[in-house]
Design a binder for this molecule. Sequence first.
Ligand SMILES: Nc1ncnc2c1ncn2[C@@H]1O[C@H](COP(=O)(O)OP(=O)(O)O)[C@@H](O)[C@H]1O
Ligand SMILES: [Mg+2]
Length: 261
Amino acid sequence: MIKLRIENLRKSFDGNKVLDGINLGLEAGKVMAVLGPSGSGKTTLLRCLNFLERADDGKLLIDDVAVDCKAVSKKQILALRRKIGFVFQNYNLFRHMTAEKNVMEGLVTPRGVPAKEAREMARAVLDSVGLADKYYSYPTQLSGGEQQRVAIARAMVINPEILLLDEPTSALDPELVGEAMQIIKKIARSGITMIIVTHEMSFAYEAADYAVFMDKGTIVETGNPTELFDNPQEERTRQFLKRLHRDNRDNRDNRDNREKE
Ligand SMILES: Nc1ncnc2c1ncn2[C@@H]1O[C@H](COP(=O)(O)OP(=O)(O)O)[C@@H](O)[C@H]1O
Ligand SMILES: [Mg+2]
């Protein structure tokens, strides 16, 4: 069953084509990893799916809601948003709210879930990401890894049809990336439909059904992760992967050196 279809999605900022006709489909329960150089349009793509950014043209099907981006109603946008959990690159937590309140917020105001019930649901999800002792902590009292887990809990508590994650580990210290990825892997395997922008190749290898390489607002190449990484067909993909391998190796070396010190 198809859960998400993107047809000919286009978006420009001041005449600068950021998404230049994106076509993608994803079946229910599948995980798609999106890779690509900085500025290639990955974040804009995710934001257009959630209408945080309005695409100039294109059609979207999300679960059972089909919209034409040029003629979408407020009601349709709300209906779509209810189906999508979004984990932002910098978490975007409310600074003045505890972890528990951050997770409850999306249930109470937009969905009208009674506070008592929302609190129970929030606590259950916080427990599941290992934050049972952090209900009352404010974001500034949490480590980067913990803040990220609150952000994941907030996205998951609405029981989304689709979970979108934008480079969820890019702001973390390298030694925290593995642990964070374990949590995301567990979610990926729970049967949710997921699009994750990530350059963590081990995640893509182990947990993604599809890998997509984007460059300059277009999809250059898609395939299963093993195909795409081990045998890229396009020169641009090859160049990007070469650079990525080098960066990953440098990061690993830096980490090893730090651990030795
Ligand atoms: N709100 C905006 N206004 C103007 N330009 C933007 C805006 N958001 C993104 N862009 C531009 O769109 C391009 C793609 O950005 P982005 O989607 O963030 O790429 P990526 O996530 O792949 O790094 C970049 O050139 C960026 O500067
Ligand atoms: Mg981005």
